[in-house]
Write a protein that binds this ligand. Structure first.
Ligand SMILES: Nc1ncnc2c1ncn2[C@@H]1O[C@H](COP(=O)(O)OP(=O)(O)OP(=O)(O)O)[C@@H](O)[C@H]1O
Ligand SMILES: [Mg+2]
Length: 353
C-alpha cells in the first residue's frame, strides 16, 4: 500500500484543468487517508461547476488508482458554503466575507496597462456616489495603492486583534505597502503571498462594504490564479491598451476569470488616445481594440480612457483625478465606466447568516 506521502506525490501529477500547475501546489488537496486498500482524498475547490469538478475527480481517481496496492479511491470535494466548518489549521477556501456584498477584481493580460489607476479611480468614483467601498492591493511585489491613494501609515489593530483598514477619499484601503518599509524589497514565496491575501480578507476589519475592489498584480500566471481562488470573486474587470488588445493579450486576462467561472463584468480600454494641445486626436497604440475584442468575446465593453497627463499626475501625487477634478474629461471617463460597471454587475450576493 502506498503511504500518504506517496499519494501526495502522485497527486502532484494532476493538473488544475487548463493550467500547468498541479492541485497539490495550488493547495487544493486538503487531506489524504489510507485505510487498507482504500484511499480517501479530500479536495477543497472554490467552484461547484461540474465541468471543473468532474474531470478533477476522475483524474485523481485514475492517477491514485493506478498505484500498486490501491483497490479503491474515494474523492470527497468540499466547496465554499458546503456546510461543515473547516478544521483548524486547514487551508481556507474562498468564503463569502460577512458584510462584503460584492468583490470585483481588476486584471490584465500584461503589466503596466493601468490596472491600479483604474482600480483607484473606480473605487473613488463609487465612493463619490456614497457607496461603501474598499480597495485591496493584491500586488505584493509592487504595491501602488499607497502612492496612488496618497496614504502611508501603519494600520492599527482593534480590540478584536483585527487590522483596521486605512481610509482616504472615502475608500477603505489595505496594501502590503502599509506594512513593509518603503523601498525594502518584498521577497516572499507563493504560499506566504496567499496567506497574506487571506489575512487581508479575513483579518481586516472591513466592516460593511457594498464593493471591495481588488487590484491584482500584473500578468495572469499561477500566482494570479491562486489569488483569484483565494478570494470569493463576484466579477472581473479586464483592463487593456489598444495595442495589447490587438495582440490578443487581453484574452489571457479574460481566460483567468473564465477558468474560475468568475463573470467578466467587462473590458476597459486604457490609454486609448491622446489629444494634442491643438485638439488633434493621436492614437498612439491604435484605437478600438478593446471594444472589438469585447464584441468578439461577447462581454460588455465598459469604455475607454484616453491618455491624460492629469491621470498620471494624480496617481503620482496621491490624488486620483476622480477626486481632484471630478468634472474634468478624464474623471468623467472613469465615472462613465463606474456606471456601466454597476449595470454589468450581477445582483448582490445574499448576506450569509
Ligand atoms: N490613461 C492614462 N493616462 C495617463 N497616464 C496613465 C493612464 N493610465 C495609467 N497611466 C500611468 O501609467 C503608469 C502605469 O499605470 P498603472 O500603475 O496603473 O498600471 P498597472 O497595470 O497597475 O501596472 P502594474 O502591472 O505594474 O501593476 C502609471 O504611471 C499611471 O499613472
Ligand atoms: Mg498595478
Amino acid at each position: 500500500m502506498p503511504t500518504e506521502e506517496q499519494i501526495h506525490a502522485a497527486l502532484r501529477q494532476v493538473k488544475y484543468p487548463g493550467f500547468s500547475r498541479d492541485i497539490v501546489s495550488f493547495g487544493l488537496v486538503r487531506s489524504v487517508r489510507v485505510e487498507d486498500g482504500r484511499v480517501v482524498i479530500q479536495l477543497e475547490l472554490s467552484t461547484r461547476k461540474p465541468e471543473l469538478v468532474a474531470p478533477l475527480e476522475a483524474e485523481c481517481k485514475s492517477t491514485v488508482g493506478s498505484l500498486p496496492g490501491v483497490q479503491s479511491v474515494q474523492v470527497d470535494v468540499r466547496m465554499p458554503g458546503g456546510g461543515e466548518g473547516a478544521p483548524a489549521g486547514s487551508m481556507p477556501v474562498p468564503r463569502r466575507i460577512p458584510g462584503i456584498r460584492r468583490i470585483v477584481a481588476v486584471a490584465s493580460g500584461k503589466g503596466g496597462v493601468g490596472k491600479s489607476t483604474v482600480s483607484v479611480n473606480l473605487a473613488c468614483g463609487l465612493a463619490r456616489q456614497n457607496a461603501r467601498v474598499g480597495l485591496l492591493d493584491c500586488d505584493i511585489y509592487g504595491p501602488s495603492i499607497p502612492l496612488m491613494m496618497g496614504i502611508h501609515q501603519r494600520p492599527s489593530l482593534n480590540e478584536k486583534q483585527q487590522i483596521e483598514p486605512l481610509a482616504n477619499y472615502g475608500v477603505k484601503l489595505m496594501s502590503i505597502g502599509f506594512l513593509v518599509d518603503g523601498d525594502a524589497p518584498v521577497i516572499w514565496r507563493g504560499p506566504m503571498i496567499v496567506k497574506t491575501i487571506q489575512q487581508f480578507l479575513g483579518s481586516v476589519a472591513w466592516g460593511e462594504l457594498d464593493y471591495l475592489l481588488i487590484d491584482l498584480p500584473p500578468g495572469t500566471g499561477d500566482a494570479q490564479l491562486t489569488l483569484c481562488q483565494t478570494v470569493p470573486l463576484d466579477g472581473g474587470l479586464v483592463v487593456t491598451t489598444p495595442q495589447e488588445a490587438s495582440l490578443g493579450v487581453v484574452r489571457k486576462g479574460m481566460g483567468m476569470f473564465q477558468k474560475l467561472n468568475v463573470p467578466i463584468l467587462g473590458i476597459i480600454e486604457n490609454m486609448s488616445y491622446f489629444t494634442a494641445p491643438d485638439g488633434q486626436r493621436i492614437e498612439i497604440f491604435g484605437h478600438g481594440g478593446g471594444s472589438q475584442e469585447a464584441r468578439r468575446q461577447s462581454v460588455p465593453f465598459l469604455g475607454e480612457i484616453p491618455i491624460f497627463t492629469e491621470i498620471r499626475i494624480g496617481g503620482d501625487r496621491g490624488t486620483p483625478v476622480v477626486v481632484d477634478a471630478p468634472q474634468s474629461a478624464p474623471a468623467q471617463a472613469f465615472l462613465q465606466i463606474v456606471e456601466r460597471m454597476k449595470q454589468a454587475m450581477p445582483a448582490a450576493s445574499p448576506q450569509p447568516l
